[in-house]
Design a protein around this ligand. Structure first.
Ligand code: UD1
Length: 354
C-alpha cells in the first residue's frame, strides 16, 4: 500500500515529520513516498527541516515557486498528476492550506485516488485569504478529514459534511505531538534574556502597506520596552527592503524548527500572524497577540490565551500591555493527547485494508 505525501511549504514539513514517524512505526505494509513541490526552496525554509526533523528525503522534487497563484497551482497540478499516474498510490496525503495542498488534492481526485487531509475543518471565514480558499476546496474533495479540534469538526458539520461521502475525525493536532517530541531536544539556553518573539508573513499583512507599517511601528515601540526578535520570512524581508521601512528590532534569518522551539520556550510573549505559532505559544506556556482580524484557532481567543489585535498599532500595543506581565495558567487542552499522528496512521491503515 503506497502513500504519496504531497508537501511544499514550511508548516507542512513540521507536520509531516511527525506523521511520517508514526507511519514508519505503525509496522504495517504502508510505504510512504514524499513529493516536494518546491514551493519553499531556500535552505532555511526547507532543507533544514528535513535534516533536523528526520523527514525522509523527498522521492520526487519539483521546483515550482516564485509564481502567481494560478501559475503556481497550475504547474504543480500538471506535474503532480504525471507522478501520480506513474506511481499509482493507494492514497494521497496532504497537509494544511497551501497551494501545494490544493494542487496535490486536485490532482489525486481527478485520478480517483483517495485523499487524506491533515488539519481539515479549519476556517477563518475570510474568503479573501488564499489559505481559506485552499482549505475549503481541499476539504470538499477529501475522503479522510483529520480535524485537529472539535471546532473544526463543527465547522464541517455546518457545511453539510455529514451528507458527503467522507469520514470526519477529530484526531487532535499533530503539531502538539511534534511540540512534545522535539521539546525534549531543546537543551541550550535562550539567545536573549527577555524578549518578545514575533513573525510576519501572511499576504494580508505583507501586501498591504498600511497593515505592514502598523505592525512594524508597534514592534518598534515594544522594542523600546523589551527586545523584539523576528525571524523573518523572505517574502516580508523583500517587501520591507523595497519600501525602505524603518526597523529597530532584531531581524533573524528564518530559523529551523528546533531553534524556533527554543525561541518560543524562552520568550516572554509571542506576536504573530502565523497559524502554527499561535498554538506553539500555548503549548510552551506563552500568551500570543495575533496580528490578524480573525483566526482559525478560535479556542485560544475564547479562553483568553490569544488576543486578536489586527494590524492596528494601538491595538497591538494595548494587547501587548495586557499580556506581557500576566501569569500563564493552562486551563484547557483542546488539541488532543499528543497521539494524533498515531491515530492518523492507524486510520489510514484500516481505510486501505477495507
Ligand atoms: C505559503 C502558504 C501559507 C503558509 C506559508 C508558510 C500559500 C498560498 N501560502 O505562504 O499558507 O502559511 O507558506 O510559510 O500556499 N520565498 C523565498 N524563499 C522560500 C520561500 C518563499 O524567497 O524558500 C519567497 C518567494 O519570493 C515567494 C514569496 O516568498 O514569492 C512567497 O512565497 P509563497 O510560497 O508564495 O507563499 P508564503 O508566503 O510562503
Amino acid at each position: 500500500m503506497k502513500i504519496i505525501t504531497v508537501l511544499g511549504a514550511r508548516p507542512q514539513f513540521v507536520k509531516a515529520a511527525t506523521v511520517s514517524r508514526a507511519l514508519k512505526a505503525s509496522n504495517s505494509n504502508l510505504e510512504e513516498k514524499i513529493l516536494h513541490t518546491g514551493q519553499h526552496y531556500d535552505v532555511n525554509m526547507s532543507d533544514v527541516f528535513f535534516e533536523e526533523m528526520g523527514i525522509p528525503k523527498p522521492d520526487f522534487r519539483l521546483d515550482v515557486n516564485n509564481k502567481g497563484h494560478g501559475a503556481m497551482t497550475g504547474q504543480m497540478l500538471k506535474e503532480i498528476e504525471e507522478i501520480l499516474i506513474a506511481e499509482k498510490p493507494s492514497i494521497v496525503l496532504v497537509y494544511g492550506d497551501t497551494n501545494s495542498t490544493l494542487a496535490g488534492a486536485l490532482a489525486a481526485k481527478k485520478l480517483h485516488i483517495p485523499i487524506a487531509h491533515v488539519e481539515a475543518g479549519l476556517r477563518s471565514f475570510n474568503i479573501k485569504m488564499p489559505e481559506e480558499i485552499n482549505r475549503i476546496l481541499t476539504d470538499r474533495i477529501s475522503d479522510l478529514l483529520f480535524c485537529p479540534t472539535e471546532n473544526a469538526v463543527e465547522n464541517l458539520k455546518k457545511e453539510g459534511f455529514d451528507t458527503i461521502d467522507c469520514e470526519v475525525l477529530n484526531v487532535g493536532d499533530v503539531m502538539y505531538d511534534g511540540a512534545l517530541h522535539y521539546a525534549k531536544s531543546i537543551k541550550e539556553r535562550a539567545i536573549e534574556n527577555d524578549y518578545v518573539l514575533s513573525t510576519i508573513h501572511r499576504a494580508e499583512n505583507t501586501d498591504d502597506v498600511s497593515r505592514l507599517t502598523g505592525i512594524i511601528s508597534a514592534l518598534n515601540k515594544i522594542n523600546e520596552d523589551i527586545s523584539v526578535v523576528v525571524p523573518l520570512h523572505p517574502r516580508t524581508r523583500k517587501i520591507i527592503d523595497n519600501l525602505d521601512l524603518q526597523v529597530n528590532f532584531k531581524i533573524l534569518e528564518p530559523v529551523g524548527y528546533l531553534k524556533m522551539v527554543n525561541l518560543i520556550k524562552y520568550a516572554n510573549l509571542v506576536i504573530t500572524d502565523s497559524g502554527g505559532l499561535q498554538k506553539e505559544a500555548f503549548f510552551f506556556g506563552k500568551y500570543c497577540v495575533t496580528t490578524r482580524d480573525e483566526t482559525e484557532w478560535v479556542e485560544m481567543v475564547e479562553y483568553n490565551f490569544n488576543i486578536l489585535a489586527g494590524a492596528d498599532e494601538d491595538k497591538i500595543l494595548e494587547s501587548y500591555n495586557i499580556l506581557i506581565k500576566k501569569p500563564f495558567v493552562k486551563t484547557i487542552e483542546p488539541y488532543g493527547k499528543g497521539n494524533s499522528a498515531h491515530l492518523i496512521a492507524k486510520k489510514i491503515e484500516s481505510f486501505l485494508s477495507k
